[in-house]
Ligand binder design. Structure first.
Ligand code: IPM
Ligand code: MN
Length: 351
């Protein structure tokens, strides 16, 4: 297969982890006879510095003319501590999601047998966890009208959803549930929020189209609790943008390190693949960041092209590295850790 992949490294540790994912993907391409044409573009603080815009039109052009986007991380502390900044790196990410129509964010959480002791949660609670969040990504409070009134003394962010937005996300949820254990949980706050009542009503109406799927409805606060109490009781969860943002960070703790969890953002056309972690500015350039989440995001990218064996080869290599202790410091037992680049090299050689 010939693949054109837009490569957006972004900020902080983004470029370092992206380099490793490129290396591993190239090794996969060689092994399985594919041809990958990487097409780099600017995003985030790096793009603001270069052209004054976190998601420049040139980058968008590269993305829409590619088969997929591989993305590193976005964000810089210079902006976090300046609430009055007019342009922010994160705006680039939001603009990109919207312009590329990436309404479904797929965030799996799974455990690795060799890492069960790394989670702050008890082993017997997390063992066997294998769940997927489908987070709505282009609507809700992130994109509603926002602003200030009363001379800046009052601020507001509106949360808005249309039935169509809920339906297209829920459809992906039902379809995913059909390929797994046929359990779907709709996470909302329907006891308080009108948008949540629209979610619930819409999903309920879709149930008859998927008679085999067992649907449950749970309030987001209760899910936040049960997620760390009995994570392995969940399978596919669908939810709105902000709830999904919060719950997926919480869920990443189950796996033992945020540095391990990949994600895919899908829409009608091209997909975007990125680690769920941020730009980890303190680690920039130190060769200590865990590249596995980005490498596993590349695995999701291959799988999304229907290249299951390629994805599996990456997953197997990551498992092997974890078993052998070829890991960065976030996962190592005292004294024995490897650099970002060394982990990438090892994986490229072992796929
Ligand atoms: C994420 C991030 C983003 C979000 C930020 C960087 C805008 O936290 O992808 O989860 O809130 O969606
Ligand atoms: Mn987040």
């Amino acid at each position: 297969m010939k693949l054109n992949i837009a490569l957006l490294a972004g900020d902080g540790i983004g470029p370092e982890v992206i380099d490793q994912a490129v290396k591993v993907s190239d090794a996969i391409a060689e092994k399985f006879n594919h041809e990958i044409n990487w097409r780099p573009g600017l995003t985030g603080a790096a793009a603001i510095d270069a052209v004054g815009e976190p998601y420049p039109d040139e980058t968008h052009e590269i993305c829409i003319n590619s088969d997929a986007v591989l993305f590193g991380a976005i964000g810089h502390p210079r902006f976090d501590n300046d609430p009055s900044a007019k342009v922010r790196p994160e705006q680039g990410l939001l603009k990109m999601r919207k312009k590329l129509g990436l309404f479904a964010n797929v965030r799996p959480t799974f455990t690795f047998p060799s890492l069960l002791d790394k989670s702050p949660l008890k082993k017997e609670r997390i063992e066997g966890t294998d769940l997927v969040f489908l987070r709505e990504l282009t609507g809700g409070i992130y994109f509603g009208e926002k602003g200030r009134r009363e001379e800046g003394e009052t601020a507001f962010d509106n949360c808005v959803y249309t039935r169509v937005e809920v339906q297209r996300l829920a459809k992906k949820g039902f379809e995913l549930a059909m390929t797994r254990s046929k359990k779907l949980c709709c996470v909302d706050k329907a006891n308080v929020l009108e948008t949540s009542r629209l979610w619930r009503e819409t999903v309920q109406a879709m149930e008859k189209e998927y008679p085999e799927v067992e649907v449950t409805y749970e309030f987001v606060d209760a899910v936040a609790m049960r997620l760390v109490q009995w994570p392995n009781s969940y399978d596919v969860l669908i939810t709105e943008n902000l709830f999904g943002d919060i719950l997926t960070d919480e869920a990443s703790v189950i796996s033992g390190s945020m540095g391990l969890m990949p994600s895919a953002s899908l829409g009608a056309n091209i997909g975007l693949f990125e680690p769920i972690h941020g730009s980890y500015p303190q680690a920039t350039g130190l060769n200590i960041a865990n590249p596995m989440a980005t490498i596993l995001s590349a695995a999701m990218m291959f799988e999304n092209f229907g290249l299951k064996e390629e994805g599996q080869a990456i997953r197997d290599a990551v498992n092997k590295a974890l078993n052998k202790g070829i890991v960065t410091e976030d996962l190592s037992d005292e004294g024995k850790s490897f650099g970002t680049k060394e982990v990438g090299d090892w994986l490229a050689q072992n796929v």
